[in-house]
Design a protein around this ligand. Structure first.
Ligand code: ATP
Ligand code: MG
Length: 204
């Protein structure tokens, strides 16, 4: 049942692949902020990841891995809006589209890691982002959660939260796969199986 206002968490990412760092951050934040739902939104063509980054698995695979990874959590869902959108994906467009889908009254909480929140002001068309959503930045090993790094325009609508540290990154997982090392327990088992079945990330 929808409460009023509906508290919607939005977890954007490349999810290349999705891993337990993403899932733990989303779950802890869901609980702390009493979110009714956390929507995972895999990016289509990520604007800040470079044009010819051939390390990025096709969106269909990243979508499938995301759906598999979240299936066991009733509060988690996924949206393909960025994947289906033509051209670059911008958070602002995504938030506007979600506002239409979930209604004006939905309170949107955009979840990021400590690294991504510092980049916010470098994103495209950021002026009205603080009006569209609140931002929650989760601590992440290797990145300092620091108010000084956050654009002053965003400070009023941003929360910083310490979560249990998981020093997992998709970059490290891709590297481990290339090197033939185990990725067990870094990603959900279904995702691990999916990666091997589809021979993802094996090129050096
Ligand atoms: P890559 O190494 O390819 O950049 P990533 O592990 O950073 O991958 P992304 O898909 O870029 O994963 O991240 C999506 C969001 O999840 C970002 O806001 C990022 O900061 C956050 N995030 C990723 N890993 C963690 C983690 N271990 N702890 C907390 N937040 C994380
Ligand atoms: Mg990243």
């Amino acid at each position: 049942m929808k409460s009023n206002p509906y508290r919607l968490g939005i977890m954007g990412g490349t999810f290349n692949p999705i891993h337990h760092g993403h899932l733990v951050a989303a779950e802890i934040i869901r609980d702390e902020f009493k979110l009714e739902e956390v929507l995972f939104v895999p990016s289509g063509k990520p604007p800040h990841k470079g044009d010819n980054d051939d390390e990025i698995a096709p969106p269909e695979h990243r979508w499938m891995m995301t759906v598999l990874a979240i299936a066991s959590n009733d509060y988690f869902s996924a949206s393909a809006i960025e994947i289906e959108r033509e051209g670059d994906s911008y958070t602002r467009d995504t938030l506007m589209e979600l506002k239409k889908i979930y209604g004006e009254k939905a309170e949107m909480y955009f979840i990021t890691g400590a690294d991504a929140i510092a980049e916010i002001s470098t994103w495209h068309k950021t002026e009205d982002l603080p009006r569209l959503a609140k931002f929650i930045a989760a601590s992440r090993p290797g990145y300092k959660l620091d108010w000084k790094k956050i654009d002053p325009r965003f400070r009023k609508s941003t929360y910083l939260i310490e979560i249990p540290a998981l020093a997992i990154s998709s970059t490290e997982i891709r590297k481990r796969i290339r090197e033939g090392k185990t990725i067990k327990y870094l990603v959900p088992e279904v995702v691990e199986k999916y990666i091997y079945k589809n021979r993802l990330y094996q090129r050096g």
